[in-house]
Design a protein around this ligand. Structure first.
Ligand SMILES: Cc1cc2nc3c(=O)[nH]c(=O)nc-3n(C[C@H](O)[C@H](O)[C@H](O)COP(=O)(O)O)c2cc1C
Length: 192
């Protein structure tokens, strides 16, 4: 089982790296499941200007898009890590999504957000968009509110995950539920 952790921010000094580290460390407890980081910094893509991928599935415009599409294609489920920029999720994430389509189909999507309201508005937007990709957006999410975000952002050691301990029960709920859906939908995809 392969769960991809999609880091949706790329700016200098981003907080998302701390969240990614925490989620990936947490994932190590699940035997038989690989949690893999997909960092959009490693997938610099042009602004979307191609043919609609929903009509041209897996016909990639260039090698960077192909590498991103083939990466997503391998996954059984996703954890989107999302900031909130002006009450929405990042443009770089939307751009990456728009270059692809079928690669996400019939796979579950879950969300970890941060910010003033724990990334809630960005996550709600992402839920709407993932439906169009025929993903199954899940109820459980982790909202990192300022009580955790601020000390986590300011701590010297970015790899010290103790600051996230109060959010860990919510991450467990998310992961357990995601793995149930990922297994069920993988079996169904294989059967059909
Ligand atoms: C352009 C911009 C817009 C932002 N807008 C919001 C917002 O609408 N709501 C919010 O809670 N935080 C907002 N913030 C603060 C972010 O939550 C905070 O900077 C967070 O660390 C962003 O994630 P990142 O560091 O991984 O990019 C904004 C930050 C930036 C840079």
């Amino acid at each position: 089982m392969l769960i991809q952790v999609i880091n949706g921010t790329t700016r200098e000094g981003r907080f998302s790296e701390r969240i990614a580290h925490w989620v990936l460390e947490f994932g190590r407890q699940y035997e038989g499941v690989e949690f893999e980081l997909v960092d959009l910094r490693d997938h610099p893509l042009p602004f979307f200007d191609g043919a609609a991928p929903m009509w041209t599935p897996r016909q990639y415009a260039d090698e960077a898009v192909a590498r991103f599409g083939r990466t997503v294609d391998r996954a059984d489920g996703f954890i989107f890590l999302t900031a909130e920029y002006n009450h929405g999720y990042s443009a770089v994430l939307k751009n990456a999504l728009d270059w692809t389509y079928a690669e996400w189909h019939r796979k579950p999507a879950s969300f970890v957000g941060w910010g003033g309201v724990g990334g809630a508005r960005a996550i709600e937007q992402l839920r709407q968009v993932t439906v169009e990709f025929e993903m199954a957006p899940l109820r459980h999410a982790v909202h990192i509110a300022p009580e955790i975000y601020l000390p986590a952002r300011d701590q010297a050691d970015p790899t010290d995950t103790a600051v996230f301990a109060p959010a860990e029960p919510f991450l467990k709920l998310l992961a357990d539920d995601l793995l149930w859906w990922a297994g069920a939908l993988r079996a169904a995809r294989t059967a059909s």
